[in-house]
Ligand binder design. Structure first.
Ligand code: AMP
Ligand code: MG
Length: 416
């Protein structure tokens, strides 16, 4: 028996980040930067106006009020995008729009509402102060400042920032191609579901491939290998094109299993573990022609939970991510649960935020063949190895496993 932690450590130590590729900005969304990016220029590039109004010298406006305005000569009109040509000297101002560069000589902007145009002159109704309503060059980003670090996930904001410093492309870590192979004589593909009485559709081929996609990697469907030497060897060979291989089924203890035998034969340093966890106790790990190979359990829930615990962190590491794990929260358990000592349990759960805290309840029948328990779950309650029961009202640790595709109802406080 090996602990979840030990298995994870061994797996991650055998996995390294893939190389990089250069992609255009939008293609970088959700990818992981493989280079540091320093700004080559300031943002904003020049001092510019925060208001529509008049660029002027603040000392000219000392004592100005609505009753006794200061009158200045307007020397230029500077719409956004125009480069100022005139210098603002004593007694003058330039009409300026938000975002337009501040002309030489000016050191403040008086907003339109405090002014009144009068032919070629303007009346100023309020006193300015030094720097009023000027956005300084570099106030957002200084030249040379690091805006993206290796390992950063490229979010919409980072993509906007890269654009603003003039970067149209960025080096990101490659996405692993993940071979997904099902094994078993009882299995058929989904298109044969109604043709073959008494067979089981290989749902793992789809749930696992979808989990692969969900973490940003690229699934490669190898299909179903029959439990024969020839077919297993052929399918494992076909999987060698990938950066990582996932098979499901045929790794449990007890009965004679051809899958294990073939894995031992074609693979390197294959380990057949009994992981102290439930579901997902049997797990094989090793390499095949240098490609990491996971032998996941066949039961639909076990294969998904093992993917969550071991494969997902491995894929995120290959993609260059710094943080490899799902978000963990503490939630109030809404029912009593019992288990045997010795294994870490991952109970499929529905997590809700209610009355100022998270609540978790199981999604019903927890058998490793009950895929519905995963369908209804947005989290896994983690009950530690030594614990034998937890009571309603206790705090439990929950791994959130759903990227919240469903979002939330509009919160009350946002409604009028
Ligand atoms: P095994 O470990 O191969 O004996 O599989 C354990 C259980 O999981 C059996 O009931 C299989 O029918 C089921 N199973 C194995 N592979 C798949 C698959 N690809 N899709 C759905 N169920 C599977
Ligand atoms: Mg099988």
């Amino acid at each position: 028996m090996i602990s979840v932690q030990q298995a994870l450590e061994q797996i991650l130590s055998a996995i390294s980040p893939l190389g990089s590729e250069r992609v255009s900005l939008l293609a970088a969304l959700g990818r992981v930067a493989a280079e540091d990016v320093d700004a080559r220029r300031a943002i904003p590039p020049r001092d510019n106006s925060a208001m529509d109004g008049y660029a002027l010298r603040w000392e000219d406006t000392l004592g100005a009020t609505r009753e006794s305005p200061v009158i200045l000569e307007v020397v230029e009109d500077i719409p956004a995008g125009k480069v100022p040509e005139k210098t603002v000297v004593a007694g003058t101002a330039a009409r300026i729009m938000t975002g337009a560069p501040i002309p030489d000589g000016a050191d403040a902007v008086m907003k339109m509402e405090e002014t009144e145009k009068d032919g070629s002159r303007v009346r100023i109704f309020a006193a300015a102060s030094a720097g009023l309503d000027i956005r300084r060059a570099g106030e957002d980003v200084r030249p040379g400042e690091r805006i993206v670090r290796k390992g950063d996930v490229l979010t919409p904001a980072r993509i906007g920032m890269l654009a603003s410093v003039g970067r149209a492309v960025i080096d990101v870590h490659q996405r692993p191609t993940v071979a997904v192979l099902a094994t078993g004589n009882e299995l058929v593909d989904v298109d044969e579901a109604f043709l073959t009485e008494g067979k089981i559709v290989s749902s793992n081929s789809y749930s696992l491939a979808a989990q692969v996609l969900d973490c940003g990697a690229v699934p490669l469907q190898i299909g179903i290998a029959r439990d024969t030497r020839e077919d297993l060897i052929a399918k494992f060979n076909a999987a060698l094109r990938a950066d990582i291989i996932l098979s499901s089924g045929g790794v449990s203890v007890g009965d004679y299993d051809l899958v294990k035998e073939i894995m031992k034969e074609v693979g390197n340093r294959m380990q057949f573990w009994q992981v102290a966890m439930r579901p997902g106790k049997p797990l094989a790990f090793g390499t095949l022609g240098g490609v990491p190979l996971f032998g996941l359990p066949g039961n639909p829930v076990s294969s998904m939970v093992s993917f969550e615990q071991f494969v997902r962190p491995a894929l995120l590491k290959m993609m260059g991510r710094r943080n490899l794990f799902r978000r963990i929260i503490q939630a109030c358990l809404d029912e009593d649960v019992q288990k045997h000592a010795g294994a870490r349990n991952f109970l499929r759960a529905r997590v809700e935020f209610r009355d100022g805290r998270y609540h978790a309840s199981t999604t019903g029948e927890q058998g490793s063949g009950i895929l519905k328990s995963m369908v209804l779950a947005n989290g896994l309650i983690v009950i530690p190895e030594a614990v034998t029961h937890a009571r309603a009202g206790e705090e439990v640790t929950v791994q959130l496993i759903d990227g919240s595709l469903e979002g939330m109802a509009e919160p009350e406080y946002l409604k009028d």
